[in-house]
Design a protein around this ligand. Sequence first.
Ligand code: UD1
Ligand code: UDP
Length: 365
Amino acid sequence: MKVATIVGARPQFIKSLPVSNEIRKTAKEVLVHTGQHYDYNMSEVFFKEMGIPEPNYNLNAGSGSQATQTAEILFRLEPVLVNERPDIVIIYGDTNSTLAGALAAAKLHIPVAHVEAGLRSFDKNMPEEINRIIADHISDILFCPTQTAVDNLKSEGITKGVELVGDVMYDAALHFGKLAEKNSSVLERLSLEPKGYMLATIHRASNTDNPENLRVLLGSFAESEQVIVFPIHPRTRKVIADNGLDSLVSGSCIRMVDPVGYIDFLKLEQNASKILTDSGGVQKEAFFFAVPCITLRNTTEWVETVECGWNTLVNIDKDLLLSQIAEFSPAGEPPKLFGDGRASLYIAQCLTTRDQRAENIREEA
Ligand code: UD1
Ligand code: UDP
C-alpha cells in the first residue's frame, strides 16, 4: 500500500507523526508539505525535534487569501498525486491544506481518509468549519476522535466509512508530554515557577482580522495579576504591530515570546495555572493535562471539554474574561474522552485491513 500524507500547518505536523510512524511499519508513505506554514518556528522545528522525516515534496504554497492559498495548494498538489499514484491520501484537521488535499485527491478518484473528521463548531464564519464540512463530505474513510464527531456526521447523513478511533493529538501528547517533563528547560529559561503563570495563544481569524477584538483581549490580559506567557503566532504579531497594540503589552504582565517548539509548549501547558486560547489543539491539550482552559471564542468544536467543566467560552467580553481568569476552577479529575492513546495504531490497522480486503477482491476477480 502507498499512502500520501498531506500536511502544511503547525498542528498537522504534530497530528500526523504518530499516525505516520504506525503506517510506515507496513506501508510506503509519501509525505507532502504544502508550505502553508514556513517560518522555522512554525514548521521546521517540529520536523527536527519530533523526528519527522524530511518531506518528499514541499509545495511552497505559502500565505495568501483563503482562495489563493487553497488554489495554490490544489494546483501544486495535483501533479504530485498524478505522478505518485497513492492508494490513499490522508488529510488532517481543518486547514486550507486539508481542504485542498481532499479536493485534489477526490477529483483524481483517489480514496481520501480524513483524520479528525466530524468536528463541528456550527459557525460557518470560521474558514475551518467550511473546510471540515467539505472535507468530510468527499472523504471515504472518516476517523473520528469522539462520539460527538460520529454523531455530527450521522446528522449530515454520513455513516459509511466512519471509524471512532480516539484522538491522535492525545497519542502525541502522551508520548511527547513525558519527554517534555524530563527534557524541556523552558521554565528555567523564562524564569517561571510551576503554576506561577498563565499561558495564552491567539491566532483565529475572528480575533485577528478584527484588531478591536485583539485590543480587548490584550487589554484584559494586561489587567491580570499573574504573568501571562504569550507565544505569539506570526499572524497575531503582525496585527499587533500594524495597529499599535504593543503599548498594551509593554510594561504589563504579558510576556510576548516567539512561537516555541512542541516539547517546550507542552511543558508550558503542563505547568500553567490556566490556559487562555482560541486554538483547537491547545484546548484539548489543556484538558489532557488537567489545566483549566478559558477559550477566547463563542463556539468550540471540542464541546465535551466544556460540558465536563474543564473549558469555558468567554468570547470577547472583558468582564467575563477577567472574572473567569480570577475564578474559573474546575474540580476533580477530567474524564477520559479522547480514546486510549492508540488512535494512530487503530488508524493504521484500519487502513491495512482495508488494503488487504481490496487486494483479496482484486485476486478473486
Ligand atoms: C492556519 C489554519 C488554522 C490553524 C492554524 C494553525 C486555515 C484557514 N487556517 O491558520 O485553522 O488553526 O493554521 O496554526 O487554514 N504566517 C507567517 N509565517 C508562517 C505562517 C503564517 O508569517 O510560517 C503569517 C502570514 O502573514 C499569513 C498569516 O500568518 O498570512 C496566516 O497564516 P495562514 O496559514 O493563512 O493561517 P493561520 O492563521 O496560520
Ligand atoms: N504549539 C506549539 N508551539 C506554540 C503554540 C502551539 O508547539 O508556540 C502546538 C500546540 O502544542 C498544539 C498545536 O501547536 O499541539 C496547536 O496549533 P495551533 O494552535 O496553531 O492550531 P489549531 O490547533 O488551532 O488548529
